[in-house]
Design a protein around this ligand. Structure first.
Ligand code: NAI
Length: 505
């Protein structure tokens, strides 16, 4: 199925945040683009805002003024719905209300041709439900853009039960021809991104609730060691807690209150207090004038061990061994299950058990764990956690060992799975379940998270990199520690490990 050609008309309904951006995308691709809104001022405002944005691009040399003029000329305001009759594709970005959307599409069916594809940018409603009252429900497809639409590459192409595959394919190919990264998804709560991203926020808030560290420390670790562009707290503050909490609550209700998606009391408290984040001046951080910028406490300089014993392969952290060697630390290699011994201190990558539990099980009181980093060579920061009975000397030795690699060290409380490992494993687990439940395929899940929310790596490719047996062990230990459905393990992940396979061959 080919993409729509650029001489075919695209109509966009709703000229707000999303609609104006979507019209810009279609117009930039060269389509005659009609923009309709119930409120004519919104159309004017939408086009004016688009033009102002484009002028900025021109002034920065990123776009020629001729292209700007041509783009704006491609957008025609429509004053009546009847003017959309020539459209080959109508994209709706109006109020998020099932009945209002159903009515609109009902009207469109009588205005547009039988071939016109009707697309909805809904982020939380069922595509099947929106199509339910149509005479031709097969023509209705979800076309879920991300904000800001002209910038974010992802488009989730969502099929309801009644969506004709040909209509979804046309939308997919058209989005691709616009330079987007389309991904097929089945109409289920949260589709892909708004579901798979839930643990990013939820685990952050649980870690905070459990006293793992403060928000600044947690955000910094997720950014500097995890490689994410923003930490969960600064991102929630940016999105707005009212919006983020509403998405979580919708997904939670959508899955019949599966405890896996349980919203956080911390966030509810912020919402109830009107502390929505940046837009209200206060959220997890204080944005008001004169507010003191929080700082992160790095561990003080410590002396590294001269010699370490490395027992077995350190898995995803193995590259550290060469770094330590290059840094002049003597390495004695030995048999073992992937740990480091420095005198009486045992140092190991977190496997989802707390350091205290691990110390007790191994009968090694001086256990110190380190957290995952997206790239152990490049990371500038590593988190450590020590058991309740670990000596101060052991923590200093482990601190010195990482500082020897010019990495900053942050010591957090002894929380199972630590910060980056726990976050990445739970996201990967949700991505695996999303694939397992046929919402999308493996590559689709990874593309969605990279192109929709800028994750530094697709979660399933990331799980492969960590090693699926290790990811499974982390989740099993989290499940054992908490007994919560939040850590219920995806059957697909389990099966991959049982078969000795990976997500990608
Ligand atoms: P918005 O409030 O900025 O804009 C909505 C526009 O639709 C307004 O200009 C309003 O006048 C117009 N409108 C309302 N009812 C209408 C009707 N019956 N006919 C014609 N125009 C009508 O809303 P926003 O944020 O652009 O969201 C639009 C849709 O996109 C919603 O379904 C939302 O869930 C979805 N969405 C929003 C995202 C976001 O980050 N804001 C991201 C992805 C999807």
């Amino acid at each position: 199925m080919a993409a729509l050609s650029t001489n075919q008309t695209i109509a966009v309904i709703g000229a707000g945040t999303m609609g104006a951006g979507i019209a810009q995308i279609a117009a930039a691709a060269g389509h005659p683009t009609l923009l309709f809104d119930l409120n004519p001022e919104a159309i004017e405002r939408g086009i004016a805002q688009t033009d102002a944005g484009l002028k900025k691009l021109v002034s920065r040399g990123k776009m020629s003024d001729e292209d700007r003029i041509a783009l704006i000329a491609n957008i025609t305001p429509a004053t009546k719905l009847e003017e959309l009759t020539s459209a080959s594709l109508v994209i709706e970005a109006i109020l998020e209300d099932l009945e209002v959307k159903q009515n609109l599409f009902g009207q469109l069916e009588s205005i547009c041709s039988e071939q016109t594809i009707l697309a909805t940018n809904t982020s939380s409603l069922s595509v099947t439900a929106i199509a339910a009252k149509l005479a031709r429900p097969g023509n209705l497809v979800g076309m879920h853009f991300f904000n800001p639409a002209p910038v974010m590459k992802l488009v989730e192409v969502v099929s309801g039960i009644t969506t004709q595959p040909a209509a979804a394919e046309t939308v997919f190919d058209t989005a691709a021809s616009w330079g987007k990264h389309p991904v097929y998804a089945k109409s289920t709560p949260g589709f892909i991104v708004n579901r798979v991203a839930r643990p990013f926020y939820a685990e952050g808030m649980r870690l905070l609730e459990e006293g793992a560290a403060d928000v600044t420390t947690l955000d910094t670790l997720i950014r500097e060691a995890g490689g994410f562009r923003m930490g969960p707290f600064e991102l929630m503050d940016l999105i707005g807690h009212d919006v983020n909490y509403a998405v979580t609550s919708t997904v939670y209700a959508g899955f019949y209150y599966d405890q896996r998606f349980l919203p956080s009391l911390i966030q509810k408290e912020l919402v109830d207090g009107g502390l929505y984040g940046r837009k209200s001046g206060q959220g997890f951080y204080d944005y008001r004038e004169g507010a003191v910028k929080p700082v992160i406490n790095d561990a003080p300089a410590a002396v590294p061990p001269k010699t370490i014993e490395v027992a077995g392969h350190l898995g995803v952290a193995e590259s550290l061994v060469e770094l330590w060697q290059q840094a002049g630390i003597e390495i004695i290699r030995n048999e073992g299950e992937g740990w480091i011994q420095a005198g009486k201190t045992r140092i190991a990558l977190t496997d989802g058990r707390s350091a205290t539990r691990r110390a007790a099980e191994d009968n090694l009181p001086n256990t110190v764990l380190f957290d995952l980093a997206i790239d152990f060579n490049k990371t500038t920061r590593i988190a450590l956690a020590a058991g309740d009975n670990t000596s101060a000397e052991a923590i200093q030795l482990a601190t010195g060992l990482f500082q020897k690699l010019d990495k900053k060290v942050t010591v957090i409380a002894d929380i199972p799975g630590m910060v980056v490992m726990r976050t990445v494993c739970t996201i990967a687990n949700e991505a695996a379940d999303t694939v397992f439940q046929q919402v999308c395929d493996i590559a689709g899940a990874d593309t969605a998270m990279k192109s929709g929310v800028n994750y530094p790596q697709g979660p399933l490719a990331w799980a492969d990199q960590i090693g699926l047996p290790h990811v499974l062990t982390v989740l099993e230990n989290l499940l054992q520690a908490y007994g919560l459905d939040r850590y219920r393990i995806s059957q697909l992940l389990r099966r991959k490990v049982e078969g000795g396979n990976r997500f990608y061959a």
